[in-house]
Design a protein around this ligand. Structure first.
Ligand code: NAP
Length: 268
């Protein structure tokens, strides 16, 4: 059956590869990007090569609360028609890692925006649909002061903390806040895949980008993920894997969710 799949950060990297593969299999993809021209180019290219009805697009910079608010509003109308929502957009390194709001860009794009979008998607999407959140093998315990913008972190720490925070809220939403029995999953697509992120961060070419594209496709539509609610798939191992101990620490999860809600409440 033809599915409608929204992938954030699908103007480049593994999100773009997954989007193309899904369109090639006949699914309809909603591409998302932060750069309007780049997004338009990707849409034109897909429509030309993969069919006029292969895709559509949403433009939103996930480091902007204004754009995030607008994106959330779009989900409130589009949500009931979406089968799979993939929070894939992410950032590791930037020349300006601290935003005007004093928040770290990595927490904003990799954690707070996916938290807002996951909640909106779960509210609006139908029974049993899938939400996939891109995690990482790099996971480190979250410094709440750093999350609030009261302490600075280096790139590695900010990225790893943002990804554990995402994994913690993903399992929390999957288990505690999931009345429609949706399938909410954290995914490490594999480490050191050859994308802009890895080239910029580590100065290496990295692994075949199809490894990341294929696992996003599988997680989005594959049968083996149909009952994976709350689980973490580690594509470095090619299997489901144990979650970081902090995901099971009720006090840490409670503090994290409370902090998210305070920050989001202040800005949205
Ligand atoms: N590559 C790996 O080895 C690896 C390993 C573990 C996890 N991951 C995760 O996989 C996901 C995809 O990463 P990738 O390797 O494909 O990286 P990438 O090639 O750098 O792609 C990242 C995507 O996110 C978008 N993006 C970045 N900042 C944004 C913002 N402020 N607002 C909206 N979109 C934004 C980028 O937009 P532009 O097209 O405009 O740049 C791009 O489409 C990330 O969540 C990453 O953490 C990757």
């Amino acid at each position: 059956m033809r599915k409608r799949i929204l992938i954030t950060g699908s103007t480049d990297g593994i999100g773009l590869v997954a989007a193309e593969k899904l369109c090639q299999s006949g699914h309809h993809v909603i591409l998302h990007g932060r750069n309007a021209n780049k997004l338009e180019d990707r849409i034109d290219d897909f429509k030309l090569r993969l069919g006029e009805d292969s895709c559509e697009g949403i433009c939103a910079d996930l480091s902007s609360w204004t754009d995030l608010r607008a994106f959330r509003k779009i989900i409130s109308t589009l949500g009931p028609r979406i089968d799979v929502f993939v929070n894939n957009a992410g950032v590791f390194k930037s020349s300006q890692p601290i935003l005007d709001t004093n928040l770290d860009l990595r927490f904003m794009v990799n954690t707070l925006a996916p938290y807002v979008l996951s909640k909106a998607a779960m509210e609006m999407m139908c029974e049993g649909k899938r939400i996939i959140n891109l995690s990482s093998a790099a996971q480190a315990s979250v410094d709440i002061q750093a999350l609030r913008g009261d302490r600075r972190l280096n790139d590695n720490a900010a990225y790893a903390q943002s990804k554990l925070a995402l994994t913690m809220f993903t399992t929390y939403l999957a288990k505690q806040n999931n009345p429609k029995n949706q399938v909410v999953v954290s995914l490490n697509p594999a480490s050191f895949i050859g994308t802009n992120m890895v080239r910029d961060a580590y100065g290496m070419e990295g692994k075949d980008i199809n490894i990341g594209g294929d696992i996003i496709v599988d997680t989005s539509i594959g049968e083996r993920f149909a009952n994976a609610n709350g689980m973490y798939f580690d594509n470095d191992r090619g299997d489901f894997s144990d979650l970081h101990p902090d995901v099971h620490d009720e006090d840490k999860v409670k503090t994290l969710i409370r902090t998210f809600d305070e920050i989001v409440g202040e800005h949205l």
